[in-house]
Design a binder for this molecule. Structure first.
Ligand SMILES: [Zn+2]
Length: 160
């Protein structure tokens, strides 16, 4: 919701790659990086504002907004990495279910509409009860890097 409310919105907005967190995330390689896996054309990053623990985003490296803008290689790898994200999350945290999807355009709820991102949100029975607590907790940044390490360690070398 923070993305949507614009609290951290950069000067000049997300429309240009220079202000776009999904263009900048792959370049971050330090301990605070939230990138879980890197493919040829797409990468996987933990959502900074997760709806649930392990909430991943599969993003093309290219700054494109619309699903129809993806080329065949990106389309294929986005699908494979979405499947792999589900497998890895199931392995690590035994998710009961998932919400998958892309919000296309601000009117559809996309917080950063200029750069396409596929949500992979793990779900557990009864999780709706603690989602607001998780979203507001101050220790979340530390938990996020722990979660990143866990998922990155479980990510296969050659996803199929
Ligand atoms: Zn971008």
């Amino acid at each position: 919701m923070t993305y949507i409310s614009g609290q951290d919105r950069p000067e000049g907005g997300y429309e240009k790659p220079s202000g776009c967190p999904f263009c900048r995330a792959p370049a971050q390689t330090g301990d605070d990086s939230l990138v879980v896996a890197r493919g040829e054309t797409v990468y996987v990053v933990l959502n900074l504002y997760p709806y649930n623990p392990g909430h991943l985003l599969v993003c093309p490296y290219r700054h494109v907004a619309d699903y129809t803008d993806l080329d065949p290689a990106e389309t294929g790898e986005l699908a494979v990495y979405t499947q792999t994200a589900m497998r890895v999350i199931r392995q690590v945290s035994s998710a009961h279910g998932f919400n998958l999807g892309m919000n296309q355009g601000g009117v559809a709820g996309a917080g950063i509409a200029a750069h396409l991102h596929q949500h992979v949100v793990p779900r557990w029975g009864g999780d709706a009860n603690f989602m607001p607590v998780v979203a507001r907790t101050k220790v979340l940044p530390q938990l996020l890097t722990d979660t990143r390490d866990l998922l990155a360690a479980a990510w296969p070398t050659n996803p199929r």
